[in-house]
Design a protein around this ligand. Structure first.
Ligand code: 5GP
Length: 212
């Protein structure tokens, strides 16, 4: 059973760095590439960070029901392709969805078992510093993102886990620990448990009955 991890954070909290580090160090997990109408930043590659499309194309995809969820963030449209979950499942992989707080709350109905992780910047000063360092956005955009951050931070309460991104290495370790804990849950372990039960001469149904 694939686990879907929904990761949200205010813009500039360092989420992409953390997600990329987890993807690079863990097996059997993939990233759902969202579709957006925002223009690519320097070094962003179409089809990698995002699929970049025109507003008309996005609306066409939305009307065709191609999105699991979609939202308007900072005047641009962002959507998660509905095919991402099925594809990850077919490959036997877990999936990371990087979506904003609105998108995360609208996903609860579609994916009630998704594990929700909130990345919290340690302070407004650090957030501003990161946004300025990224410098691909204009001052007005940075200001807007900072204002929006205080609205988004309030939403941490609807998440299962919170990672305060003070230090990248520690945050990556925490994310990997969350992954490991979720993967160690009994229902995730059933496939691996089967042969061990057989080895003990226990029929799976008998074991289930005994535990009731
Ligand atoms: P950025 O433009 O900085 O890459 O992302 C801006 C915001 O859009 C972030 O909060 C990010 O999580 C969110 N976002 C990215 N992809 C999606 C998506 O597919 N759906 C939703 N709802 N938000 C997304």
């Amino acid at each position: 059973m694939s686990i879907v991890f929904v990761i949200s954070a205010p813009s500039g909290a360092g989420k992409s760095t953390l997600v990329n580090a987890v993807l690079a160090s863990e097996e059997r997990i993939e990233f759902a590439t969202s579709v957006t109408t925002r223009r690519p930043r320097a070094r962003e590659i179409d089809g990698q960070e995002y699929s970049f499309v025109s507003r008309d194309r996005f609306l066409e995809m939305r009307d065709n029901g191609e999105f699991l969820e979609w939202a308007e963030v900072f005047g641009h449209l962002y959507g998660t392709p509905a095919s991402a979950v099925g594809q990850a499942r077919a490959r036997g992989n877990d999936l990371i969805l990087d979506i904003d707080v609105q998108g995360a709350s609208s996903l609860i109905e579609e994916l009630p078992n998704a594990v929700k992780i909130f990345i919290l910047p340690p302070s407004t000063a650090k957030l501003e510093k990161r946004l300025t360092k990224r410098s691909s956005d204009e001052d007005a955009v940075i200001e807007r993102r900072l204002r929006e951050a205080s609205r988004e931070v309030r939403e941490y309460k609807s998440y299962d886990y919170v990672v305060i991104n003070n230090e990248v290495e520690e945050s990556v370790a925490r994310l990997r620990a969350i992954l490991l804990a979720e993967r160690s849950k009994r229902e995730q372990m059933e496939r691996a448990i089967g042969p061990i039960l057989n080895d003990f001469g226990i029929h799976r149904d008998a074991a289930a009955e005994a535990s009731e």
